[in-house]
Design a protein around this ligand. Structure first.
Ligand code: GLC
Ligand code: GLC
Length: 812
């Protein structure tokens, strides 16, 4: 069952009922100012950092779901309704929400009054614009009242929901232009030099800035007293909970429309220019912002700029095949989600509160893999930022705060896969751009510039960290955990409330990870290639020798007979082995070792993949492990803490499904690779949205596994490494256009009935028009022709000055 449909031409998902199984959200903002907005207008706004600079208040864990947002109320006689249905939930005569790339719209009607709301964050400014158009479709003149409503957050979202003894006394506002512009200036008198505004481009008939006056004490946003009365109270908040609400009485002739533009903005003033008079904030920049967007033409133009921006980005990789679902994901939604995960990391979603984790070291490095072709400059900066939180021994803070860019010492380090992801991200950046200069940038350790070294030295530290932290079987030590945050082999936590992520020693001399071995083989080779590019052949040779040792360990101690072992625990017992009672096989080492090339020659790779298919596959995707842990294993940690079928305990953790799909392409199984891709692919999943529940246009982190009561149900949508890895999978391995240091390589691996397809790829300043004749083959290039000339192998040779490449690849 579906709750909407894809409008590919408009690059939109159209939601046709407000009663989706869960809130279906969108992200507004591309650079520093962001909003989350649901299909019923719930959500919130922040500047740069969802924890420290939150503009509007949101209540997680609320009932009903998702009931604080930026609302418009329409009072038409005795009927009060919202274009997004919430919070009043008056039944609407029509409702449609369109989530587009960086904007959302609602078109709803009640009793022959239509409201159209367009909301977006313009490219150039730190504000969210809402254009509200009311149309009178009655046969008679109409008088309606339009109310706006936002509730301010007192900036630090964490403190805002805890520190009431202080916060209920600090709220301050100013009101100008008869109530049209409301300034939220809490804490501006002391250490802040920023405030927020909510303004409308018209004279208003009333306003409120005190929540209790607007709603009425004991009321929620579903029943504001002021709206019921048809009149705001003119309250000026002093402490308690400041809000911004406007009241506009609108007279509409039959058939007439009127449009109002609301601007929710963030303003920073220079430290020495904060005030225009004692206690009166300097409003110049706010006034300028409001003036910029006070006409429909200006708003439409800003939306146009945003749309052009996205069209340009999406022209960098574009496929046209006979499979509309693949085209839709590759050309629109998967790339869009990659951008969002790059911007947000794991900070702010409807499942990540925005006050917990900042940017993850491994998460951000992986997000980059799916994003680097879009905006390489920002990827470059991100790499430097991430590397700056690394320690001199190569280990790294697991997370950092986006605003300060400093490592987060609450969680610290000790996740032993982290260092290698830095190599992955840097290598992807250089393969995309050819920009070797980044390797020579001086980058601090732990943000201390006095001990800065080049980025290449950082990568060397990463590489050496793994090479010098090995356990009894010559496999890499796992530390607190590797990619699987819940495999806590040195933790031994017995008391509730101890964080699995930080409890116990960060190091253990025994517990080892076969997954990190796979990473080391893959990214160790990529490191060696970077050394060669810098002319350091000795280092490349040394690296390959180290890689070889770990490779050997992986195919011996890391092999269990039919699949790769997952790890060795602190007592050197196997994890993920037929010897285990539960958790006999894990997905991660099968996918990652094979995609790294381990065990292909030895015939182990095919076996491992076959075991995955036999033991872990379901119709909704591949589970992370089997059999699920039915009891808590002290020696394994959080992985065994989840009820069977959820999260890391035998859930379908979508992030690692593409690893197996990629592995299948490496061994040439196009049918199977695509089958895996299809199972978690949103455009396919859309068909059973009532089961899947989360948004059908983006990936979720997890889908409940076979052991769970709600098998097939998604959770934790949007912010997941799944976005980047599935894009890498479909674009670079299945469709097969992979950037190498020497140019684009063409090596598709598709199902035999996929058909011919064309790809446009912009790469290093040139446009590649690639057409692939499939010939019924799953993999293997029979011939490659570039600008009319036959080429040996898979890589399109780069020719100085050539801006257009016409490429014909024939499989067979
Ligand atoms: C979450 C984390 C990610 C981790 C994964 C598996 O998605 O963000 O860092 O690798 O879970 O535990
Ligand atoms: C929990 C989650 C895991 C996530 C981690 C982040 O362990 O199960 O997915 O990566 O928290 O802190």
């Amino acid at each position: 069952m579906k709750f909407g449909y894809f409008d590919d031409k408009a690059l939109e998902y159209v939601i046709t009922t407000p009663k989706t199984p869960l809130p279906w959200i969108n992200y507004l903002g591309n650079k520093e100012f962001f909003s989350l907005i649901s299909n019923t207008c719930g959500g919130y706004t922040f500047y740069k950092d969802a924890k420290l600079l939150r503009l509007t208040r949101y209540r997680y864990n609320n009932v009903p779901y998702d009931n604080n947002g930026k609302y418009f109320y329409i009072k038409d006689g005795d009927t009060i309704w919202n274009p997004g249905w919430q919070p009043v939930k008056t039944a609407l005569d029509s409702y449609e929400c369109r989530h587009g790339l960086g904007y959302s719209t609602w078109t709803s009607s009640k009793n022959d009054v239509e409201a159209k709301v367009l909301t977006f964050v313009p490219m150039e400014d730190n504000c969210e614009i809402s254009k509200v158009t009311l149309t009178n479709n009655k046969k008679t003149d109409a008088k309606v009242t339009l109310f706006s409503y936002v509730e301010w957050c007192l900036w630090n979202a964490d403190d805002d929901m805890k520190n009431f003894q202080r916060n209920l006394s600090t709220g301050e506002v100013e009101v100008t232009d008869g109530g049209s512009v409301i300034y939220h200036k809490t804490e501006y008198r002391e250490r802040r030099n920023h405030y927020a505004i909510y303004g409308v481009n018209t004279k208003v008939d009333g306003f409120d800035t005190s929540r209790d006056d607007f709603l009425g004490a004991y009321n929620g946003p579903d029943s504001p007293d002021a709206v019921a009365a048809g009149k705001c109270t003119g309250s000026v908040a002093s402490g308690w909970s400041p809000i911004a609400a406007h009241q506009i009485d609108v007279e509409l002739k039959a058939g007439e429309s009127k449009t109002f533009i609301f601007t929710l903005g963030y303003i920073e003033n220079p430290e020495d220019d904060k005030w225009e008079a004692p206690s009166v904030v300097n409003k110049k920049p706010a006034v300028a912002m409001l003036a910029k967007y006070n006409t429909e033409a200006a708003v439409d133009e800003a939306l146009d700029v945003l749309k052009k921006y996205w069209n340009e980005l999406l022209s960098i990789y574009h496929v046209s095949s006979s499979n509309e679902k693949v085209d839709r994901m590759v050309n629109i939604w998967n790339q869009y989600q990659c951008m969002v995960t790059f911007n947000m990391s794991r900070s702010a979603s409807y499942y990540e509160s925005g006050i917990g984790r900042g940017m993850g070291f491994r998460d951000s490095c992986q997000d980059l893999l799916g994003f680097v072709h879009l905006i390489p400059d920002r990827a470059r900066q991100r790499i430097i930022d991430i590397a700056s939180t690394q320690f001199q021994d190569g280990s790294a803070y697991h997370q950092y705060q986006p605003l300060t860019k400093k490592g987060n010492s609450d969680i610290g380090s000790g996740f032993n896969d982290d260092p290698l992801w830095l190599i992955a991200g840097t290598s992807a950046y250089i393969r995309e751009t050819g920009d070797l200069s980044i390797l020579k940038e001086m980058v601090p350790f732990d943000n201390d510039m006095s001990v800065a070294k080049t980025l290449m030295d950082h990568l060397k530290c990463s590489f050496n960290f793994t090479a010098t932290h090995k356990g009894p079987h010559g496999l890499p030590l796992i530390g607190r955990a590797d990619w699987n945050d819940c495999l806590n082999l040195n933790c031994f936590s017995e008391h509730p409330g101890e964080s699995f992520q930080t409890f116990g020693p960060s190091e253990g001399p025994v517990a080892e990870s076969v997954f990190i071995a796979g990473m080391f083989v893959k990214y160790g080779e990529e490191y060696a290639q970077l050394a060669e590019l810098l002319g350091d052949n000795a280092e490349a040779e040394r690296a390959r020798a180290e890689v070889k040792k770990v490779y050997e360990a992986a195919i011996t101690a890391g092999w269990d007979g039919e699949w790769f072992v997952r790890a060795y625990d602190a007592n050197s017992n196997k994890v993920g082995s037929k010897e285990c009672e539960e958790g006999q096989i894990y997905i991660e080492p099968q996918g990652f070792c094979v995609l790294a090339g381990i065990g292909i020659e030895e015939g182990l790779a095919e076996k491992a993949l076959k075991s995955v298919e036999e033991k872990l596959d379901t119709k909704y995707g591949i589970m992370i492990l089997q059999p699920a842990y039915t009891k808590y294993h002290l020696e394994l940690g959080e992985v065994s803490s989840y009820p069977p079928g959820y999260k890391e305990n035998a859930g379908i953790f979508c992030h690692n499904n593409p690893w197996v799909s990629i592995a299948e392409t490496v061994v040439g199984h196009g049918n199977r690779a695509f089958d895996i891709y299809r199972k978690t692919c949103p455009a396919y999943v859309e068909e059973f949205s009532e089961i899947h529940a989360t948004e059908p246009y983006v990936y979720s982190q997890m889908v409940a596994g076979r052991d769970a009561k709600f098998h097939g149900q998604g959770k934790n949508s949007w912010l997941t490494g799944t976005a980047a890895w599935t894009f890498v999978n479909i674009s670079q391995y299945i469709l097969g256009v992979y950037p190498t240091h020497n140019g684009l390589s063409i090596n598709p691996c598709v199902p035999e009935d996929f058909g011919d397809f064309q790809i446009t790829r912009k790469y290093r300043g040139a446009t590649y028009n690639i057409s692939v004749k499939q010939n019924g083959a799953q993999k293997g290039i029979k011939s490659l022709t570039v600008n009319g000339k036959a080429v040996e192998g898979n890589v399109i040779p780069y020719e100085e000055g050539v801006k257009e490449y016409t490429v014909e690849a024939v499989l067979g």
